[in-house]
Design a protein around this ligand. Structure first.
Ligand SMILES: NC(=O)C1=CN([C@@H]2O[C@H](COP(=O)(O)OP(=O)(O)OC[C@H]3O[C@@H](n4cnc5c(N)ncnc54)[C@H](O)[C@@H]3O)[C@@H](O)[C@H]2O)C=CC1
Ligand SMILES: CC(C)CC(=O)C(=O)O
Ligand SMILES: [Mg+2]
Length: 368
């Protein structure tokens, strides 16, 4: 297969982890006989430094010519980076939000899976995770609080900040349909998470999810308030199959779920629109505290590349091959710092990428 893949290296650990994911995609090309061409694109802090804007029209235009885009995280340390002296609409995060909106990437899939060999890295008690867990967080990505009207003003010596949270039934319905479709191919359960005891937007969310559920009688639906969900994720993560939720709740709950898998460095993500196009990135940030040290975990980005192959290019076998290679390497007990156990051999970002590449062999794994 021939495909053009946009590459956004991003900021902080972004370039380090993306390098390893591209290495893995290159190995897939060789082993499976594909021809990928990579197009470098700018976003976030790197784009501000080069162009003065966190996202240019050129990046949007070029991204639209690609089958998919792979991205490292963007942003810097808000306390020290000069990017945060700029007005809010010119900071790195504004570029990320804008590209999601411009490309209509409303469905954010964040799979949180506990690998057997990573049980020791999970902070929960053994009896809570003995059976492992495998959940898919479906986060609405182009509506809600991050895209509402906002203002910051001073009146009579009082500073007032406003952020507004709006959802239409159309926005809720399309992500709910995606969630039910995905649940159907998994264990057949959707937990819709909201704050319907307080918010009108959540009451509409619940109504529309109930309407959509009528077309999916084979899928079990439960509603859960977000504060309870935050608690249940650490009390009994095994109960979840698909968690369907709005933008900000999904942002917060997915970071929490990532830690239960061992580390934010393990959590991949796919941001999809209603075509095959997608933007694929680790769920975590640019980790300025460890940037440039060669210690970041590249697995979330490598698993995001696997999602790219599966969801945008339809290369399921190749995606499974990457996932299995990751599982195999974790069993070797050679680990980056964030997932290391007592007797692990600590390795860096590049060595982790190399080990995963070495495990990518056609026919070498169950599905390949
Ligand atoms: N999608 C994106 O591009 C996102 C960007 N950000 C931006 O990232 C910057 C830093 O944000 P933080 O709140 O510090 O969150 P963060 O996710 O970057 O870091 C939180 C903690 O997780 C660790 N961590 C993250 N990824 C890791 C990896 N791959 N391997 C090992 N450890 C890892 C970090 O070292 C840090 O201790 C900010 O500018 C923020 O706006 C935050 C979240 C998502
Ligand atoms: C700019 C933020 C909304 C990024 C983030 O935290 C995320 O996508 O998880
Ligand atoms: Mg986040």
């Amino acid at each position: 297969m021939e495909a053009t893949i946009g590459i956004i290296r991003g900021d902080g650990i972004g370039p380090e982890i993306v390098t390893e994911a591209v290495k893995v995609l290159n190995k897939i090309q060789v082993v499976f006989g594909h021809s990928f061409s990579f197009k470098e694109l700018l976003l976030g802090g790197a784009s501000i430094d080069a162009t003065g804007e966190p996202l240019t029209e050129a990046t949007i235009k070029e991204a639209k010519t690609c089958e998919a885009v792979l991205m490292g995280s963007i942003g810097g340390d808000p306390n020290t980076s000069p990017w945060y002296q700029l007005p809010a609409n010119l900071r790195p995060e504004a570029g990320l939000l804008k590209i999601r909106k411009e490309l209509n990437l409303f469905a954010n899939l964040r799979p949180a899976v506990l690998y057997d060999s990573l049980k020791a890295a999970c902070p929960l008690k053994e009896e809570l995770i003995s059976g492992g867990f495998d959940m898919m967080i479906m986060r609405e990505l182009t509506g809600g609080l991050y895209f509402g009207e906002r203002s910051l003003e001073e009146k009579d010596g009082v500073r007032i900040a406003k952020d507004s949270l709006t959802y239409t039934d159309v926005e809720i319905r399309r992500i709910a349909i995606r969630a039910f479709e995905i649940a159907r191919k998994r264990r057949g359960k959707v937990t819709s998470v909201d704050k319907a005891n307080v918010l009108d937007s959540s009451r509409l969310w619940r109504q529309v999810v109930n309407e959509v559920a009528k077309d999916y009688e084979d899928v079990e639906l439960e509603h859960m308030l977000v504060d309870n969900c935050a608690m249940q994720l650490v009390k009994n993560p095994q109960q979840f199959d698909v968690i369907l939720t709005e933008n900000m709740f999904g942002d917060i709950l997915s970071d929490e779920a990532s830690m239960v898998t061992g580390s934010i460095g393990m959590l991949a993500s796919a941001s999809l629109n209603d075509t095959a196009f997608g933007l694929y990135e680790p769920s975590g940030g640019s980790a300025p505290d460890i940037a440039g040290k060669g210690v970041a975990n590249p697995i979330a980005t490598i698993l995001s590349a696997a999602m790219l192959l599966k969801y945008s290019l339809g290369l399921d076998e190749e995606a499974a091959c990457i996932e299995e290679a990751v599982g195999k390497v974790l069993e070797l007990n050679q680990r980056t710092l964030d997932i290391a156990g007592e007797d692990s051999v600590i390795i860096g970002t590049e060595e982790m990428g190399n080990l995963i590449c070495a495990e990518i062999k056609k026919g070498g794994h169950g599905n390949a």
